[in-house]
Design a protein around this ligand. Structure first.
Ligand SMILES: Cc1cc2nc3c(=O)[nH]c(=O)nc-3n(C[C@H](O)[C@H](O)[C@H](O)COP(=O)(O)OP(=O)(O)OC[C@H]3O[C@@H](n4cnc5c(N)ncnc54)[C@H](O)[C@@H]3O)c2cc1C
Length: 353
């Protein structure tokens, strides 16, 4: 069990979920423990640990508090984009504070009319004398109202993926304001925001990659992010399974529940192996996009089944929360229908179809 100060993380989770409040002090303390920059280059203050080890941390956090694990996952995804695609100047400027957990990142791709079809986004970045001015609205941005730095994908050119560019925007920039947070059935301690940009100035050096490379950057960041979501799903499923086992052991469930428990435990083991395999590919520098989609798809569908069964067995408030939380995992960072589209397309391209 993860302890945090004098408290169990699961107790803090219950309190923050009840209040519907973002746990910034908890993120800051994770940062102080070196857990906001585990898989990154020590030259910029990172922990230099394998991605697989970072995912073990995410699974462990999610076992107590999935919304917190998701918050670290989103932050890591933004740090990953900066480390992989940023210039030396932007890496030196942003990464030390981000990897120390003094500044947190959010990822702003989705818009009201472009979720699954992200390449049709409409937010625009117009050239100015000293850089760009961003105008538009983003939707469903995790911790977008709390984060210090926003990775924003905006259109600088033609329609479609080739006209999109990525920028790192300061929260204090004039012309930026968080709109309204969503009311949600789960992840109440992970605020989800609309973001409003009105001629928000971004200097040249805050562009990530070249003009037109933004969609590639956004998708590359999501590959690693999807492994984080897979690890969250395994941690959440494990917590639900543990609760169901306790209930059965206490003699409070009917006969035959062992079969349900056996299916839960088997799914959890399989999911863990799948995400760890994909993380191993990433750590070796091999291609892993397809395996990331497979892990996200399998682990989050598995978590939905496990939490449904755990709720059926234990039927208490906590397993009800787990059930609601797992539904969101099937949607974020590309719905599971979209993961099937990606996996199918890659099979087609390998077969030359
Ligand atoms: C709690 C939460 C947090 C989020 N955080 C972030 C964030 O931090 N940053 C960010 O950018 N976004 C974030 N999102 C947005 C999320 O990535 C999108 O909700 C998701 O990609 C789906 O987009 P959509 O909601 O517009 O649904 P739509 O794209 O409208 O899809 C609706 C339904 O149609 C299906 N569908 C759509 N196209 C196809 C297709 N081609 N084939 C088969 N089925 C299809 C979908 O699977 C889905 O079931 C978040 C969402 C939630 C709920």
């Amino acid at each position: 069990m993860v302890t945090f100060g004098a408290k169990l993380l699961s107790d803090l989770a219950a309190e923050y979920e009840e209040r519907g409040e973002d746990p910034l002090p908890v993120y800051q303390e994770l940062g102080a423990k070196g857990l906001a920059g585990l898989p990154f280059d020590p030259a910029y203050g990172g922990g230099g640990r394998p991605y697989r080890e970072y995912l073990d941390l995410i699974e462990e956090l999610a076992r107590s508090w999935v919304a917190l694990a998701v918050g670290i996952g989103v932050h890591t995804l933004v740090c990953d984009a900066v480390q992989r695609f940023g210039t030396e100047e932007i890496k030196r400027e942003l990464l030390p504070a981000m990897l120390a957990g003094e500044k947190f990142g959010a990822y702003a791709l989705t818009e009201s009319s472009s979720g699954s079809d992200a390449a049709s986004l409409r937010t625009r970045a117009e050239r100015t004398g000293s850089g760009y001015a961003i105008t538009g609205r983003k939707q469903f941005c995790t911790r977008g109202g709390e984060a210090d730095l926003l990775l924003v994908m905006a259109r600088t050119g033609v329609e479609g993926p080739k006209g999109i560019t990525a920028f790192v925007v300061d929260r204090q920039s004039p012309g930026f304001r968080p709109g309204r947070p969503e009311r949600k059935m789960a992840w109440r301690s992970s605020p989800t925001w609309e973001l409003v940009f009105d001629e928000c100035p971004v200097p040249d050096h805050r562009r990530l990659g070249a003009e037109g490379e933004g969609f590639t950057i956004a998708m590359a960041a999501l590959d690693g992010g999807r492994l984080g979501i897979a690890a969250c799903a395994v941690g959440l499923a494990q917590a639900a399974c543990d609760k169901a086992v306790d209930h059965v052991r206490a003699g409070e469930a009917g006969q035959g529940t062992e079969f349900m428990l056996a299916d839960m435990a088997t799914g959890i083991e399989a999911g863990r192996v799948l995400y760890e395999h994909a993380a191993g590919l990433k750590d070796r520098g091999a291609r892993y996009s397809q395996q990331a989609s497979m892990a996200k798809l399998f682990c989050t569908d598995m978590a939905m089944r496990v939490t449904t069964d755990a709720f059926q067995i234990a039927g208490d408030d906590l397993t009800a929360r787990f059930f609601r939380e797992s539904k969101v995992l099937q949607i974020v960072e590309g719905t599971n229908q979209i993961q099937r589209v990606i996996i199918g397309r890659m099979l087609g391209s390998e077969a030359g179809l």
